[in-house]
Design a protein around this ligand. Structure first.
Ligand code: BTN
Length: 242
């Protein structure tokens, strides 16, 4: 395992993909002080200013059918929420499938990218962006009301190294546990940290949207939504607004 540390990258996920293609060891880490083109889910960009966040990607070679990979992202959300709670002292909750919120504002996002062939995963890149020491006024106006940081929530600056160490230890713990016991323990912990379940929500996909009650998550990580008529809708991927 290696740590690839950069001052500036376009995207740690992109560099991690290149390194994975060359076969670097599983568990290797790519981290940058700043990203010039940080990427988010659904084609969005990710605000990644110099020196005040954790912008990193972990390279993994999980032995899993690609169809069963989504809960691995939920595993990353569990690790990040626990590290944020313990080391940064902020009460992070998880919004389905893997956004981390504090006081309803987003503090961390996860972008998993996967290369797969036939029934197996070649590599999986777990990219995480954590807003650590970003002051409220530093956020661009478009996200100032919906994004937050550890600094904004606690009023003090935190050690990014301490937070990253704790997060990686959590990630390793849950990853090894998944290999031994499967996803059930991960999903149980995810449910405990969820701010989505047991609430009325609106779910958007690229084409459609539904309103309903967030009842549960399935063993494959999909969201079970109870619609107003009483029938259930299983949502495999999408975005929730609370
Ligand atoms: C989201 O949209 O919520 C996911 C955001 C993921 C951002 C991280 S920052 C490190 C890694 N490299 C990227 O380009 N994106 C991810």
């Amino acid at each position: 395992q290696q740590v690839y540390y950069y001052d500036r990258l376009e995207s740690t996920n992109r560099t991690a993909r290149e390194l994975a293609g060359r076969g670097v060891a599983g568990g290797s880490l790519v981290v940058a002080e700043e990203q010039a083109g940080g990427r988010g889910r659904m084609g969005r960009s990710w605000f990644s200013p110099y020196g005040c966040g954790l912008w990193f990607s972990v390279i993994l070679y999980p032995e899993v059918n690609p169809l069963h990979a989504p809960p691995l992202t939920m595993l990353a959300a569990v690790a990040a929420a626990r590290a944020l709670r313990r080391t940064a002292g902020v009460k992070a909750g998880i919004k389905w499938p893997n956004d981390l919120l504090v006081n309803d504002k987003k503090i961390c996002g996860i972008l998993t990218e996967l290369s797969a062939e036939m029934e197996r995963v070649n590599y999986l890149i777990m990219g995480m962006g954590l807003n650590v020491n970003i002051a409220a006024h530093q956020f661009p106006p478009e996200i100032r009301e919906t994004a937050t940081s550890v600094l904004r929530e606690t009023g003090r600056r935190s050690s990014r190294v301490a937070l990253l160490q704790d997060l990686l230890a959590e990630l390793e713990y849950w990853y090894l546990r998944w290999q031994r016991e499967g996803f059930a323990p991960v999903l149980d912990c995810w449910k405990e940290l969820s701010v989505t379940l047991g609430r009325p929500v609106r779910v958007f996909t690229m084409k459609e949207s539904w309103e309903g009650w967030a009842e549960d998550v399935d063993t494959d990580g999909s969201l079970l939504l109870r619609l107003p008529g009483g029938e259930y809708k299983k949502v495999v991927s999408g975005e929730v607004s609370l």
